[in-house]
Design a protein around this ligand. Structure first.
Ligand code: FNR
Length: 189
C-alpha cells in the first residue's frame, strides 16, 4: 500500500528556500509515496507549561494527530546561528508534551538548505539530538544538506529547479520509505 509522509517546515519566511524544497517533495517523491505539508508552526504560541495546562492549542493537537497517523516525517529547515531555528524548536517542544507523544517510534528524515556552503549541517545534528530524546528513528543516510541553495531555486517561480538536488532528494525519500517499511510491517501489506 502507498506510504504517507508529512513535511514539517522550519521557516516562516514567505520566500523561504526551505519552503521551496518542501513544496518540491510531493512532485519528486517516488511512486507509492504521497507527501502532504503539515500546518505552519507559526501558529504555535511560545511554549509555556502554564499555557499547556490551560489546554493544548488546537494547531498543536492537529499537527500531533497528523504526525501520529503518518508513516514518516520529513523536517525541512534552515540553520540559525549554527543550530535549530527557535520556531522549530518551539514546535518540537510543544509536540513533545502531547500524549501519546507523536514522534516516538516515528521515522524522520532531515533536510536543510542554506545559501552557505555547509547547507545547514550543524542544525541537523542539533535537531537529531532532540529527536533522540523523543525516540524518533532519524534516517542516517543519505544526509540532505543543500548548500548554495540560492542557485538551486528559480528566483521568479521559487521552484526547486536544480535537477541533481531533486534526484538526490528522491533517493532520500526512497531510503525513508525503506526505513518506514522496516519499522512498520503494516506499511508493506
Ligand atoms: C541565518 N542564516 C544562517 N545560515 C547558515 O548556513 N548558518 C547559520 O548559522 C545561519 N544563521 C542564521 C541566523 C539567522 C537569525 C538568520 C535569519 C539567518 C542564513 C539562512 O540560511 C538564510 O537566511 C536562509 O535563507 C534561511 O532559510 P529560508 O527562510 O530561506 O528557508
Amino acid at each position: 500500500s502507498p506510504l504517507h509522509f508529512v513535511t514539517l517546515l522550519g521557516s516562516l519566511r514567505k520566500a523561504s528556500f526551505n519552503a521551496a524544497v518542501a513544496r518540491a517533495l510531493p512532485e519528486i517523491a517516488p511512486e507509492g509515496i504521497a507527501i502532504t505539508p503539515l500546518g505552519s508552526i507559526g501558529t504555535f504560541p511560545h511554549y509555556s507549561q502554564d499555557v499547556q495546562e490551560e489546554g493544548f492549542p488546537a494547531p498543536v493537537l492537529t499537527m500531533a494527530q497528523q504526525i501520529a497517523t503518518a508513516d514518516a516525517v520529513v523536517i525541512v529547515t534552515p540553520e540559525y546561528n549554527y543550530s535549530v531555528p527557535g520556531v522549530l524548536k518551539n514546535a518540537i517542544d510543544w509536540l513533545s508534551r502531547v500524549s501519546p507523544q507523536p514522534l516516538a517510534g516515528k521515522p524522520v528524515a532531515l533536510v536543510t538548505a542554506s545559501p552557505g556552503m555547509i547547507g545547514g549541517a550543524r542544525a541537523q545534528y542539533h535537531l537529531r539530538q532532540s529527536l533522540v530524546f523523543l525516540d524518533a528513528y532519524v534516517l542516517n543516510r543519505p544526509e540532505a544538506m543543500i548548500g548554495q541553495v540560492t542557485g538551486k531555486v528559480d528566483a521568479q517561480t521559487l521552484e526547486l529547479s536544480d535537477v541533481a538536488t531533486r534526484e538526490f532528494l528522491a533517493r532520500q525519500l526512497d531510503a525513508l520509505a525503506a526505513l518506514a517499511r522496516t519499522l512498520s510491517p503494516r506499511a508493506i501489506t
